[in-house]
Structure formats: C-alpha cells, structure tokens
Design a protein around this ligand. Sequence first.
Ligand SMILES: *Cc1c(COP(=O)(O)O)cnc(C)c1O
Length: 362
Amino acid sequence: MVKKYLLLTPGPLTTSEEVKNAMDFDYCTWDDDYKKITQSFRNSLLRLAQVTSDDYSAVPIQGSGTYGVESVISSTISNNDKLLIAINGAYGKRISEMAEIYNIEHVDLVVDERKPITLKEVTEYLDKYPDITHFAMIHCETTTGILNPIEDIIPYVHGKGITTIVDAMSSFGGIPINVEQEEIDYLISSSNKCIQGVPGFSFVIARKDNLESTKGLARTLSLDLYAQYIEMEKDNGKWRFTSPTHVVHAFHEALRELDEEGGVKARYLRYKANQEHLATGMEKLGFKVLIDEKWQSPIITSFVYPTADFDFRKFYQQLKEDGFVIYPGKISQVPTFRIGNIGEVYDNDITKLLLAIKSIVD
Ligand SMILES: *Cc1c(COP(=O)(O)O)cnc(C)c1O
C-alpha cells in the first residue's frame, strides 16, 4: 500500500472523501437515472460558465482533457479554414501538433514561455494573415502557471468574425469566466481540475450556432463533438459509447461541493490565498518564482532551482515521504519545478508543506 499523500499537481488532484465515495455504485450507462445525472451536470456547467442553454451547450467527451481539445480541433474546423494558435507553453504546442496531424492549415504565434500572450501580438498576426478563420489559446498555461489575458484578446478576435477556442482546462471552475461576455465559442476543461472530480472525461462549452454548423467535419468517429451533442440532445443525456459512469457520479458530487463552498468566486479566493501563501513562503526559503506576479495564476507556481546543483529527485522523494507530491518543471530555458495548490488543499496544508520544505533545505 502506497503511503497517503497530498497531491500538489494541477490535476489529478486531491479530492474529498465524498467525491471518492460517490464512485461506490455501478450505474447503468443508458438508464434514465444515470442520464439525469448527465443532464444535471451539463446544466450546472452552463451555470458556472454564466451562460444559458438558449445559446450554449455543455458537451462531455470521454477521455482526459486532451481528448476534449482534440475533439474541438479535429471536428469543428474544416479543410477550408485556417487556425491561428497562440503558444507560450506545452499545451499551446499540443494544439499545433493536433493541427499538423489532421492537416489543418495553421499559423503558430510563439512567444517566450515566461511572457503572457498579448493583444498586440495577436493583432499583428491577424493583420498579416487576414484569412484566419479560427483562433485558439490557453487560459492558464499549466506549463509555467502563467495566466493569459483572454479577456483582452478573445472579444477582439471574435469581433473580427473569427471562431474562438479557449483551453481553460486548469482554470474553469477555479477562476470566474463569463463565456458569453468573453465571446468564447468553444471552451474546454475536464473533470479532474478545478471542479475537483476524478480523471475520466473532458467537456466543451460550445456556442450552439457555431457547433450546429460543424456537422460532417469530424475526422475521427469517437471525437466527433457535433455527433456527441446531437446524441445527448436527442436522447436526454445519453453518451455515444460507454461513458465513465463512476467518474460522472463523482463529478456530480464535486459540483455539489463547489456550490457548497460558495461557487467559483469562493473557490478562486481559496486558491488565490493558497498560492500567495505558497509563493511568499517559498521566496523566504530561497526559491524564486519564475513568473512575474502580474501574470501568475492562482493554480500552479513554477520555482527556479535555488542552486545549479539542486537535486530535484532527492527533494521530490523527501517531500513524498513527508506526504506531499509535487511536479517537475516543463520549460527549457530555466530549470524549474512546480507546485500546484488546487483540489482539497487549504491554508494549513500550505503551512505544513512549507515546514516540510524548510526542514529539507535547512
Ligand atoms: C491538464 C491540461 C490539459 C489536458 O491534459 P490531460 O493530461 O489530457 O488531461 C490541457 N491543457 C491544459 C492547459 C492543462 O492544464
């Protein structure tokens, strides 16, 4: 038996006992009781996105978060379209890899991973490539923990008649996002991030008029977003193909707990307090935060190795023995490691973590 630890990775993350207990039932995948749960969580997601079912639909897709992103990229963009991808980390790059595989015409706007995407850069690219029809960017780039300013960029891009796609995987549910006001056509997130469920499916909040114009564009059978949407609408929440029933029930419970906590705003404030406590505590212990405070997300923080000979493996193992699991870094310019602060993580957990780290580095 592995010793229990607190997951300080940005998903999967530490879930509550009730979320874990909710998986203790073997639901039938097409039974009415189960379909009701699906319909209920789809409605809850629209509420969290601050939109209504008049204009938007929440469509789940089996698989991890990447499957949801790939569903949007592979099944809502045609061969006549051209996609601009703003990239400042691994998840932006992943969208570019998808576009390559599906032979979707694309332009990559690549900026330093330590800097946010700016409206100025996006505008320059749109001027240079006036035939762009779709635009994709990441909200919280989990690679570094930087928060990209979608509110500055997306409404402008959408105003040009361009379809907007936002990977809000690690922010939705933990940072308030008004999907309609931000003019997002497709927002993607998953069960195991800020909603605090377990891994197993992703979901897309899609603007219905856009989604309904994508019939027949899918390049794969299972990632066809339109087909999944139609099936769910026609058959009151029935998924195409076997759905992750236990995960769905856990997710339903996680959404109830999000409400109980006070909604997205309250969760955001808890995460923000966690992150600030973590960052100031770590700086005191000699660990520099990679990202400028102005752009730092309340989700995950990258710390620069304190010395050239810092032994991350050893540090990681010691912390694991103390009951905390952290994350390696993911950028090439500077050696870093990352600590997430989402999930069932509270102020006293950060206090304990900092004490454990202090005793390792002292
Ligand atoms: C977690 C994450 C994903 C999806 O990763 P999976 O491993 O497929 O769940 C995509 N984008 C961002 C920004 C993420 O944080």
